[in-house]
Design a protein around this ligand. Structure first.
Ligand SMILES: Cc1cc2nc3c(=O)[nH]c(=O)nc-3n(C[C@H](O)[C@H](O)[C@@H](O)COP(=O)(O)OP(=O)(O)OC[C@H]3O[C@@H](n4cnc5c(N)ncnc54)[C@H](O)[C@@H]3O)c2cc1C
Length: 434
């Protein structure tokens, strides 16, 4: 009996094709459970037969982390895409893990709410169409995605309140609560956030929401390297309370950086603050300052406008760059930016939370890329942060230390052993070969 027939009792299963590859490996089948219960039946069968399972939403970040050692089954979450609950009074929502973030935002906006997660993978992913590309809710959770507005609300880990998930052996469990004030001792929702699908399959996510602002404006200016420290320091501590302070730099900008701030709130208040900030940036940066009304769409960031975002480029044309997440304490950001651009990286990220993304073009040569990553890592570690290689072509992945030095590895190994003793969930993708 083939694997399709073997697993067909659990859920919808079809043979896999080349376009279902995970980092160069072709699985045998793609299984698409439509519910937590079907996910449970599938995982029980996979566990009993020692079949390796890789979870996939829209696949926009499927190659992040190390390549798994083996993959038999791709577990596609996109049939679990319903909005289960939008509790307007409590400012929370529960949705299936396969819900596209873009669709979730549009549903939430009908109630005047938003999930404050910037979809860094917008425009990437498997299916074309306005709602089919970009992250799913589960994918954003699994990678703890965060963008410019991390400065305001934190990352996905700070916004998740509860999850429903299925363990590798098929056991269904729930963690966290549905109300913000619910306090759990050991928060499994936060543990699963950022675990890259290696601990359990999350099927439903409850998140904390924020009201949509009445007005949203972005203010941008181009700043020379020598003025960047003063501009960022002033912006981050500003009484104007920006919700994001973003910095973008790269070879295209010839050593300069584009700095942008996001101001949101009541229309009258925001317009006054835009005026003050425009004047302030003009004095500090010395160049022209642009202010634009974001309307009621997703806030435009300088990265999008300058078209140099490391995370956003069309992968078809740009190839598969080496994508790195690098962090530093806030005062170290100008030096981190200078080091990255000196080593040929294009970078953008939140100068207000210290988390930036950098990319090095494909075709640069493995040795040069590895040297650049090592230099960036040394600087970020000295500045109180870390550098992780999220994505790269297989030859670069084989040559770099993706995760860097990770404290608490023994504890993480014990957690993996507890959740997935048979190592069937994306084995090898995570730190320390977990
Ligand atoms: C100045 C500064 C300000 C920050 N502000 C915020 C903030 O406001 N809100 C916020 O949520 N975070 C903030 N961070 C980021 C965070 O504290 C860590 O520095 C970040 O590197 C971990 O990333 P992550 O939480 O996005 O996890 P992910 O990138 O999703 O990492 C996945 C998992 O991998 C592990 N991991 C990956 N790489 C490493 C590594 N090199 N070392 C140890 N473990 C690793 C982690 O356990 C994590 O669970 C800030 C960091 C800095 C330096």
């Amino acid at each position: 009996m083939g694997l399709v027939e073997n697993l067909a009792g659990a859920c919808d299963v079809r043979p896999a094709g080349d376009h279902d590859q995970v980092d160069g490996m072709t699985p045998s089948v793609v299984a698409s459970p439509a519910s937590t219960e079907e996910t449970s039946a599938l995982l029980r069968a996979c566990s009993e037969q020692d079949l390796a399972v890789v979870v996939r939403g829209h696949g926009s970040k499927l190659t992040w982390g190390r390549a798994p050692e083996r993959v038999d089954v791709v577990l596609d979450t996109t049939r679990m895409a319903e909005l289960v609950e939008h509790s307007r009074g409590d400012l929370i929502a529960t949705a299936g893990a396969g819900m596209p973030l873009a669709r979730l935002q549009s549903l939430l906006s009908e109630g005047g709410h938003q999930l404050v997660v910037d979809d860094l993978a917008l425009g990437r992913g498997r299916d074309a169409g306005p709602e089919g590309v970009g992250s799913t809710l589960g994918g954003a959770l699994a990678t703890n995605m965060s963008g410019p507005r991390r400065m305001w609300t934190g990352s996905m880990r700070d916004l998740v309140i509860g999850v429903r998930f299925v363990r590798a052996d098929g056991t269904i469990a729930r963690a966290g609560g549905k109300v913000v004030k619910n306090v759990a001792g050991y928060d499994l929702s936060k543990l699963l956030t950022g675990s890259y699908g290696t601990l359990a399959v999350v099927t439903e996510v409850t998140v904390r929401l924020h009201p949509l602002p009445e007005a949203s404006w972005s203010v941008h200016t181009r700043v020379g390297a020598e003025r960047l420290p003063a501009v960022l320091a002033e912006l981050v501590r500003s009484q104007l309370a920006p919700r994001a302070v973003e910095v973008v730099s790269g070879p295209e900008l010839g050593g300069d950086a584009v700095v942008s701030a996001l101001l949101e709130g009541t229309r009258q208040g925001v317009e006054a603050r835009v005026g003050t900030l425009t004047a302030l940036l003009g004095e500090l940066g010395g160049g022209p300052v642009d202010a634009s009304d974001n309307g009621d769409g997703t806030p435009r960031t300088s990265a999008v406008e300058a078209d140099v975002s490391p995370v956003l480029p069309d992968m078809g044309e740009a190839g598969r760059p080496t994508l790195v997440r690098t962090t530093a304490r806030l005062s170290g950001i100008p030096e981190l930016v200078a080091t990255a651009t000196a080593h040929g990286f294009t970078m953008s990220g939140s100068a207000g939370s210290g988390v930036l993304y950098a990319s090095s073009p494909e075709g640069r040569g493995v040795a040069g890329t590895v040297g650049a990553v090592d230099a960036l890592r040394a600087t970020s570690v000295r500045l109180g942060g870390s550098t992780v290689v999220l994505d790269a072509v297989p030859e670069v992945k084989a040559a770099v230390d993706s995760w860097g030095s990770v404290p608490g590895l023994d504890l993480m190994r014990r957690v993996k052993q507890e959740f997935d003793p048979g190592r069937i969930l994306a084995p090898g993708r995570y730190v320390g070969g977990m």
